[in-house]
Ligand binder design. Structure first.
Ligand SMILES: [Zn+2]
Length: 131
């Protein structure tokens, strides 16, 4: 994995702040926060919205960024827990989404020797493509 930069640490902190502000305890609807940094430096946040087919925090952050007109993405991270203490790898559905929208975007992951980052495309080998 690639090492994290100070900007990556800021991104993790932004994701933690997103879930700290929105964690809803026993209702358990909002437990994950995400932060997505675009190539222009802007950061978009998301928290998951729970339902049978709810949306992950990464999807909400990506949707916010696209709504804001962004199309070029640099790094994304998701964290889970009341304080966002756990860095969370993306689920299978999000891995496909990341591959579709930003295969070169870096994804921050937990690691045995601390967190690091990898290109989104590396998280989905032999991927499906409509093209
Ligand atoms: Zn997901």
């Amino acid at each position: 994995m690639e090492p994290l930069t100070p900007k990556d640490q800021e991104l993790i902190e932004a994701a933690r702040e997103a879930i700290r502000k929105n964690y809803d305890g026993e209702q358990y609807r909002h437990t994950v926060g995400a932060a997505l940094r675009c190539k222009n430096g802007r950061v978009y946040l998301g928290v998951n919205v729970y339902s049978i087919h709810g949306a992950c925090a990464e999807q909400i952050a990506l949707g916010a960024a696209i709504t804001g007109g962004e199309r070029e993405f640099e790094t994304i991270v998701a964290v889970r827990g009341q304080e966002g203490e756990e860095i969370l790898p993306p689920c299978g559905n999000c891995r496909q989404l990341l591959w579709d929208y930003m295969p070169g975007c870096r994804v921050i992951l937990p690691g045995e020797n601390g967190p690091g980052k990898v290109p989104a495309a590396a998280l989905l080998p032999c991927s499906y493509s409509v093209e």
